[in-house]
Design a protein around this ligand. Structure first.
Ligand code: CU
Length: 338
């Protein structure tokens, strides 16, 4: 897997040193949008609208303690064997809209609908519903004639997602099964894009800064994220991409007292201790490699529509505490601008 990293880095440097095309950066090509998992990657021209739908499915399987695989037993993990998660799927549907008020400012909003399912020896649990709403302003920082541009994202997370999800016995579920952060979060990012005749590349540095604590007195970890991608235009409608993404999220600050009470049950011999209830077993450092395709309908009745797919898999991950290992992420998307 280290080989993939090397190949991607080498190809990206080739893209960046090859001569850029004449004229400004353009969205009117399949790789005019980044791989579909990248958010806030592009801006629009004044008066332009876009609507989008994304479906993301994340699969996790097996346990990690730090960066090591561990057996799902108490002796290896320090948590009750019957309360250790064995696998989890997180499906997310995202409905987005963008509108450019001017050539300098594009506004975007995104609605999330989540569906989580987790298995443990003692049973399956699930949660689903509306997640947090995200709004953001994208500000054009610079555009050069050689197909390069740079913009800033100022995003805000609105805590519309529930942090009160419960199991059928009315007990609060673990942190990872909740639907929102419960806090207003600041999501800044800076994006750099460049195009040559047949290639394009981009880099995005961003993060999540939590503001205050939620009404259950805890705060999810802050997050830093860096993504680097390159794409090749295969035809006027089709492009293929490779992406490297590194992110680092810290553990939870504080704790949900309702969950903490459940952990206290351990003392009373009720065997409720699980890493999913542990504020220190949240957040991770992870590097993923992704491959994607973008399709852009240029003519006919579907002109202006885009379809995209991306598959990502980790090449390196280190979890805080004990957590499930991320296996793969699929993202499918549709976008339409007018
Ligand atoms: Cu857009």
């Amino acid at each position: 897997m280290k080989l993939f990293t090397a190949i991607t880095l080498i190809s990206l440097s080739i893209f960046s040193f090859s001569s850029a095309h004449e004229g400004p950066w353009t969205a009117a090509r399949p790789d005019g949008h980044a791989p579909i998992s990248v958010m806030g990657d592009h801006m629009h021209k004044m008066g332009e609208w876009m609507v989008s739908y994304r479906y993301m499915s994340m699969d996790m399987k097996g346990l990690l303690k730090g960066s090591d695989s561990v057996a799902p037993i108490m002796m290896a993990t320090g948590f009750m064997t019957n309360m250790l998660p064995t696998e989890m799927t997180m499906d997310m549907q995202m409905f987005g809209t963008m509108y450019a008020f001017s050539n300098k400012w594009t506004l975007m909003g995104m609605l999330h609908y989540l569906d989580n399912e987790m298995s443990m020896p003692m049973g399956k649990m699930d949660s689903n519903g509306l997640g947090d709403i995200k709004i953001a302003g994208l500000y054009d920082l610079a555009q050069w004639d050689s197909g390069r541009r740079m913009h800033l994202k100022l995003g805000l997370n609105l805590p519309t997602g529930s942090i009160d999800e419960k199991d059928p016995m009315s007990r609060v579920l673990g942190y990872g099964m909740q639907l929102g952060s419960g806090t207003y979060d600041f999501h800044p990012a800076i994006t750099y894009l460049a195009q040559t005749e047949n290639y394009s590349y981009g880099a995005q540095l961003g993060g999540i800064l939590r503001i205050g604590e939620n009404d259950q007195d805890y705060t999810l970890g802050n997050k830093f994220e860096a993504a680097l991608w390159g794409a090749r235009k295969i035809t006027d409608s089709l492009s293929a991409s490779a992406k490297l993404d590194y992110s680092s999220q810290s553990e939870i600050d504080g704790r949900d007292i309702r969950i903490h009470d459940r952990r206290d049950d351990v003392m009373m011999g009720m065997s409720m201790d699980s890493p999913t209830f542990d504020p220190n077993s949240q957040g991770r450092d992870i590097t993923t490699f992704g491959l994607g395709l973008n399709y852009y309908f240029q003519n006919g009745g579907l002109s202006g529509h885009r379809l995209a797919v991306e598959w990502e898999t980790p090449i390196d991950q280190k979890v805080n505490g004990v957590q499930l290992e991320l296996d793969s992420v699929w993202t499918l998307g549709w976008q339409y601008a007018w």
